[in-house]
Write a protein that binds this ligand. Sequence first.
Ligand code: FRU
Length: 325
Amino acid sequence: ADKTSQYTIGFSQCIGSDLWRRTMLDEMRMELSLHPDAQFIYADADGNSSKQVEQVKKMLDDGVDLLIISPNEAQPLTGIVEQTYNKGIPVIVIDRKTSSALYTAYVGADNYQIGKMAGEYAGALLKGRGNVVEVMGLPGSSPAIERDRGFSDGLRKYTDINITDRIYGDWLKDSAKKQLTRIAPVIKNADVIFAHNDVMALGTREVLDKFKIHGTKVLGVDALPGHGGGLQMVASKTINASMLYPTGGKEAIMTAFRILNKESFARENLLQSVVIDSANVQLMKMQWSKISSQQKDIERQRTLLTEQREVYNSQQLVLNVIVMS
Ligand code: FRU
């Protein structure tokens, strides 16, 4: 057994049900399987910040050795994260941030850069002229704030591009659709609509189709592989481009064990992003199917290993019985 065996890691997820966060959890579990004796406590706050605070309190009562958290909104979760940190329990913040610098490590992509990349991409797409609408995430959640700031900065040099409206879609498809329907006259004149995630980008396309608005370019964020993910949406031209937003699940668990084992670790773990559009989407899909088939091989080998260990153990048992009789 490795020296990590006694550890309990708590993971507080802001909302667990979407594909992006299920992918994050899969990545975590994959990495955790290399530490079979460690305990993992998982709680899903369903997009409710006060519920998330309660769930973290419960984890502290249960005696976690380290907390990983993706705060639903920055402000409401800041207090409990600071308390955890001040108790001497290491905290890894993943994807969304609090409003405080009191945390042990951060894992995630640079959301300001992602917004900026989207702005520059939109500017080039429009050749410097046109109308843009922005569908933002949940107010008060850090990626929504940072992507919005980055997007404005990315468009700043394009003086003939106007952001004609900015609405909140709360990261959810239905909320985005509702808000876009409300501003239907504005989206009729939009050349590009940038949604802060692919789920809302899909909702955007559905609203455009419903109003028979054609030719509007839709940009999103996440670019997840697999069924229903952004890569597929780009490949099928449902959306025009997506900014890759890696989940960081694997990196968070790796960082957790480095901290727990008192090894050196980076405080800021910034993950790379890239624009996925029709020019590189096929390549990305191919890379992903290769990785996922290798992943399946690894899982098969692990099952085989467990089976062989069981056979070995039962043979040992038989041997002991023979020796003793
Ligand atoms: C998933 C999600 C992603 C987005 C991220 C921002 O819950 O909405 O689509 O990129 O959260 O925190």
